[in-house]
Design a protein around this ligand. Structure first.
Ligand code: ATP
Ligand code: MG
Ligand code: MG
Ligand code: MG
Length: 437
């Protein structure tokens, strides 16, 4: 992509309304624009990152055996009357009336709709286990939308729903999601800690929030440092096998959100291993048994001919919130420092002297070679000061900057800068290409 043909509305001034660094940086880097309170337009650079995050979420959901579909954003109120949640959900639900005076709503979540789809098609235990997910916009009329896309009113969520014949089978489904989440967040450069979370009236130990430690987080959390050193399950994890040992290892060290915090248990943790901090909830997994399948009559026939109400779980990831969480974890004074896996482009190619024939030609050559190798390049071909170019590239945080100017070219070299370490090395054009491909 050539910067001269792109749309990257960088802000020079720090926006006053932004209270936390990720929100400031997203606005300054031209990634999002607020259209109403808690409702954002995704500008090209922001959208590229959002799509990268989605892709990782999809890959790990698919790997764990979940199957993707897509449900609509608008739902019928009647569906929610069946579960009894239409009135219970309260003011966070955006209610809409269509031209025929039918009551509709903008979905804040999809338990009812997925249960309706399930019961329309599935009759037999032979079709289980089943886990269906989608990545779709949600709307919750939050009392206090804030921190940009971190707590939006419209936000993108991945929500998966598992169906099993009994609680034991549902536990396996839960474990698969648990492990998939560990891998998902790790691939984005995040240390997400599964913490015991409130299960409500269902009880039991099957609800975890996945939390990123950050001083700007809205939740108060407590854990033992032991959980920070555990290994992430590999890509070769067999999701058909019993994942209990992995889940046990990850649920043994103390880790709880404030609602579930148990001071006495926390005091068993050695003083120098105690972490009491703030965190960002990026995911939440939950077993809720027959809470929706019972009132909505979602049943299967078992092998002995009897019928069973299916046991369900739901598993959310805040896809759009993750952008904020990743920036909170990866930035410095100059701007964002993207982990390569979610970076909007891999390389920023900086032409220090557009109009200089040799420089233009060298840049065009780099651009072609990198693009041909499948590497995403943002080529700054604009006629602006070098200082401004460097500042913009640092702000938007691409992993590599390839700096090409007439002086270096005369000596047969270009510069390659690593955004994270700040290290700049002079290399021949061929060496630079070899490092990037
Ligand atoms: P929170 O405690 O932050 O309000 P929640 O517990 O209400 O979140 P869930 O119903 O568990 O949210 O939804 C699953 C995930 O969706 C959350 O873990 C979070 O990452 C994301 N999410 C929830 N609300 C928002 C929001 N208003 N803006 C952005 N992401 C959100
Ligand atoms: Mg909430
Ligand atoms: Mg919560
Ligand atoms: Mg939650």
């Amino acid at each position: 992509m050539r910067l001269s043909r792109y749309f990257l509305p960088i802000l020079k001034e720090t926006p006053k309304e932004a209270e936390i660094v990720s929100h400031r940086l997203m606005l300054r880097a031209g990634m999002i624009r607020q259209e109403s309170a808690g409702i954002y337009a995704w500008l090209p650079l922001g959208l590229r990152v959002l799509r990268k995050i989605e892709r990782i979420v999809e890959e790990e959901q698919n790997r764990s055996g979940a199957v993707q579909l897509l449900m609509p954003t608008i739902q019928a109120a009647d569906l929610w009357r069946e579960s009894g949640r239409y009135d219970a959900y309260g003011k966070e639900m955006l209610r809409i009336t269509d031209r025929h005076e039918r009551e509709m709503l903008y979905g804040p979540t999809n338990e009812e709709m997925i249960t309706e789809i399930f019961r329309a098609y599935i009759r037999s235990y032979k079709d289980l286990p089943l886990n269906l997910y989608h990545i779709q916009w949600k709307f919750r009329d939050e009392v206090r939308p804030r921190f940009g896309i971190m707590r939006g009113r419209e936000f993108l969520m991945k929500d998966a729903y598992s169906f099993d014949t009994d609680k034991e089978a549902a536990r396996h489904a839960y474990n698969r999601m648990f492990v998939a989440y560990l891998r998902t967040f790790d691939r984005m450069g995040l240390k997400a800690i599964p913490m015991r979370a409130d299960t409500g009236p269902i009880g039991g130990d099957m609800s975890h929030e996945f939390i990123i430690l950050a001083s700007t987080g809205e939740s108060e959390v407590f854990c033992s440092k032991d959980i920070l050193d555990l290994p992430i399950p590999g890509a070769d994890t067999d999701f058909a096998s019993d994942l209990t040992p992995i889940v046990e290892a990850w649920t043994t060290p103390y880790a709880a959100t404030d609602e579930m915090h148990d001071e006495a248990a926390f005091n068993q943790v050695a003083e120098d291993r105690k972490v009491s901090a703030r965190g960002i909830e990026v995911g939440h997994i939950f077993y809720f048994g027959t809470k929706y399948s019972e009132p909505m009559n979602a049943k299967v026939t078992l092998s002995d001919g009897s019928e069973a109400v299916v046991h369900m779980g739901s598993y959310g990831i805040g896809v759009s919130r993750l952008l904020g969480a990743i920036i909170e974890a990866h930035h410095d004074d100059e701007g964002i420092v993207w982990p390569a896996s979610v970076a909007p482009f891999h390389v920023g190619l900086i032409n220090l002297k557009p109009g200089d024939a040799a420089t233009d030609e060298a840049c065009a050559d780099f651009y072609r070679q990198l693009e041909n190798a499948g590497i995403e390049v943002l080529y700054d071909d604009e006629d602006t000061r070098a200082g401004a170019k460097f500042a913009t590239m640092d702000l938007i945080g691409l992993p590599w900057q390839l700096i090409v100017g007439p002086r270096g070219l005369k000596d047969g070299v270009v510069e390659l800068k690593n955004r994270r370490s700040g290290e700049r090395v002079s290399l021949s054009p061929q060496e630079a290409i070899n490092r990037l491909i």
